[in-house]
Ligand binder design. Structure first.
Ligand code: GCV
Length: 679
């Protein structure tokens, strides 16, 4: 085996590749970079820098008729008389002949994305003379949310400290932020929020001493086509303005926000807008004043509207002070119950951000019933790349494996999630063909920090890469994403194939270890790493499985909490019938006896035992497979992943033994294969 000398810091933009196109051709660059447009200049710089660093090809400046022609389609037509098929916004066309490569962007961002795609295709060995590639992002909003605190810590962060803040200040390494912006742009991310949605001490970021520093960060991201969002606390008029109220219908609060928005936009004129978590887990919100979330969001939207800004409003609103004794209450209902009745009441520059499932980024949840149902309100879907509930970047869990299921889910409104993402947003209503409930984009909680490899677990870089690629093209399968990422990171060959195989097997293994069949939340309270079967069972958070001697799970059908009725009738009918319900969601929708026969003919209990034994064995196989790569990897990379896979195995052992023991003690029914379960 040969060693590909990958550098963890470089992620999927590794050097050391051989270009299949002639160096003389690639070195001769004719680029539209003599303009004022920062993004176009960056595109040309990225092409030159990428060719040197990744392929060892140094450009000499354009001369003669051959070479690489880079710019917007309009410029290439004007200067060189080239013509192109119509390009979609932010899209590009790449055409290669024996003596010419043309990279034409629909606009400046498309040109930049065209460069990154060209370099990727070159590294993947997937571009040669005669090829033509035209592509454009499917999702208009491709956002990354950081949950960074101004102290420098990161809520649910597992990769070191904040890239943006330290000790109460905006403090960063500009070089590193540029590298970060490049990484994000290379997979098409175009919006980044910097600070935690639990705003607390970072509420002051929208005050004068901090704004110039935030503006400087915006300046680093700008040439990469990335615009910033700032998380703000709804209670700002009280907290920062000393007003004594933040009531959205109080003229003083609205005026305070208008003034504040003017100040913020004075410093950062292209800020995308404000991101808000309101009435949730201790954050203030309109409910405090007896107002609706439309009242709250619209007030903020009005404040940023004169500057072209948007109010991104999260739908993670639920009562976290519940009583476990109350079996009628169901937290899963909350987002739909709160927001569906408000559909149509939000201003045009409000974008609702809805978690992909009704709970909270569990290993397996149904898709939220709000998707497809919000026909009159702009909205995006929220994912979590940081692995709060999926192993915290100690355990390997390749998230695109689950995200592809979300994308393929048929909402029952005449479109899958991926179909809704492809549709036009509400703001482009004139298009009669558009689906009324188009999803305008994706947002995801970032998994990055100051660790040298950005993500703690080196293989967790694949989740960030995969998220960007999925925003770009929601129809991309996990396997394709894994293959691309592995070649771009580990070079072509057997090592990449082995790592891709490890990635693809990691999510099913993790799911088997975790709470059985969609029951959710059997995790250690507070930090959420590792099993605690009753950790949340008697708490206020509304996350119960109610396991007893004879049955487990929550009845969310019409006979129970009625949650399933939030879906269109045809979908609800599937979820309501335990014989039709997807088995990995069986206990999310049903309370079932342990002797319920699943589709493989075995009882529910035996399936719980089996999956947990398998989950451990599969974690063991992941480690064994990784160990075969020792001769092919730089020692530091090999060792850091091996050490994590060893910890993952210990974790899997806890999951297996705690879950199986728990159910054995409740039922006193042994494993039919006589495997070890503790008394
Ligand atoms: C930022 C979960 C997490 C919280 C997070 C919250 C949210 O509850 O545990 O850390 O808060 O989701 O999405 O707002």
């Amino acid at each position: 085996m040969t060693i590909f000398h990958m550098k963890e810091y470089d992620c999927w933009l590794q050097g050391g590749f051989k270009a299949a196109l002639k160096a003389e051709l690639l070195a001769n660059i004719h680029a539209e970079d003599g303009t004022d447009a920062a993004i176009l200049k960056q595109a040309a710089a990225e092409l030159r820098e990428g060719l040197v660093r990744r392929f060892g090809i140094r450009s000499e400046g354009g001369n003669g008729v051959g070479g690489v022609f880079l710019g917007t389609a309009g410029w290439l037509t004007r200067i060189y008389g080239l013509s192109f098929p119509p390009l979609k916004p932010e899209g590009f066309h790449i055409g290669v002949s024996e003596d010419r490569v043309v990279i034409a962007g629909a606009d400046a961002a498309g040109t930049l994305y065209g460069v990154f795609r060209f370099l990727s295709l070159l590294a993947l060995g997937e571009i040669k003379a005669g090829d033509a590639v035209a592509d454009a992002p499917v999702a208009a909003i491709r956002a990354l949310n950081h949950w960074d605190n101004i102290e420098g810590t990161i809520e649910r962060g597992y990769a070191g400290g904040s890239l943006f803040f330290k000790d109460g200040e905006v403090r960063y390494d500009a070089e590193r932020l540029r590298d970060y912006a490049r990484l994000l742009a290379s997979v098409g991310i175009n919006v980044v929020s910097l600070n935690n949605v639990n705003v607390r001490t970072s509420s002051k970021l929208i005050t004068e001493p901090f704004l110039p520093r935030i503006a400087a960060i915006a300046g680093i991201f700008r040439p990469y086509g990335v615009r910033l969002l700032l998380s703000v606390t709804f209670s700002s008029p009280e907290v920062l303005g000393g007003l004594g109220t933040s009531d959205p219908l109080d003229a003083r609060a609205a005026a305070w926000w208008r003034e504040r928005a003017a100040l913020v936009y004075h410093h950062i004129p292209d800020l995308r807008g404000f991101l808000v978590k309101a009435d949730s887990e201790g954050e203030g919100g309109p409910f405090q004043y007896g107002r609706t979330h439309a009242d709250g969001a619209n007030m903020l939207a009005a404040a940023v509207k004169p500057f072209g800004g948007e109010c991104v409003w999260r739908c993670f609103v639920y009562d976290c002070t519940q009583d476990w004794r109350n079996t009628a209450f169901d937290r899963a209902r909350a987002a739909y119950d709160h927001f569906k009745p408000l559909d149509g009441q939000f201003a045009e520059n409000v974008i609702l951000q809805i978690k992909h499932g009704p709970y909270d980024f569990q290993v397996r949840e149904p898709v939220s019933p709000l998707f497809g149902a919000m026909a009159k309100t702009r909205h995006t879907m929220e994912f979590q790349i940081t692995q709060e509930y999926t192993g915290q970047q100690i355990d390997l869990c390749f998230l695109p494996w689950m995200w592809q299921d979300v994308m393929a889910y048929d909402t029952g409104y005449g479109a899958t999630v991926s179909g809704l993402l492809g549709a036009q947003p509400v703001s482009a209503r004139q298009d009669a063909a558009r689906h009324p409930a188009a999803i305008e984009g994706l947002a995801a909680v970032a998994n990055t920090g100051l660790d040298g490899n950005w993500t703690g677990h080196t293989l967790a870089q694949a989740n960030l890469y995969g998220y960007g690629r999925l925003c770009w093209n929601p129809a991309l399968g996990a396997e394709e994403i894994a293959r691309e990422w592995c070649v771009l990171t580990f070079g072509p060959g057997q090592t990449a194939r082995t790592v891709a195989d490890i990635l693809m097997k990691s999510y099913p293994a993790y799911q088997k270890n975790n709470a059985p069949f969609g029951v959710c939340f059997m995790v250690e309270p507070r930090h959420h790493y590792g099993p605690s079967i009753e950790g949340y069972e008697y708490s206020r958070w509304g996350t119960y499985h109610r396991a007893g001697r004879e049955a487990v799970g929550l009845d969310r059908t019409g006979n129970g909490t009625g949650y399933s009725a939030q879906y269109p009738a045809a979908i609800a009918a599937v979820f309501d019938d335990p014989r039709l319900c997807p088995e990995d969601l069986l206990l999310f929708f049903h309370r079932l006896r342990y002797d319920f026969r699943m589709r493989n003919g075995k009882t529910l209990l035996q399936n719980i035992y089996d999956t947990h034994f398998e989950g451990y064995d599969e974690a063991e196989a992941l480690l064994a497979k990784w160990q075969t790569l020792e001769p092919a990897l730089p020692p530091a990379v090999y060792c850091s992943v091996r050490e994590r896979l060893e910890r993952q195995l210990l974790n899997a052992r806890e999951w297996r033994d705690q879950v199986n023991t728990y159910f054995y003690r409740h039922t006193l029914i042994p494993d039919e294969r006589g495997r070890k379960i503790y008394e």
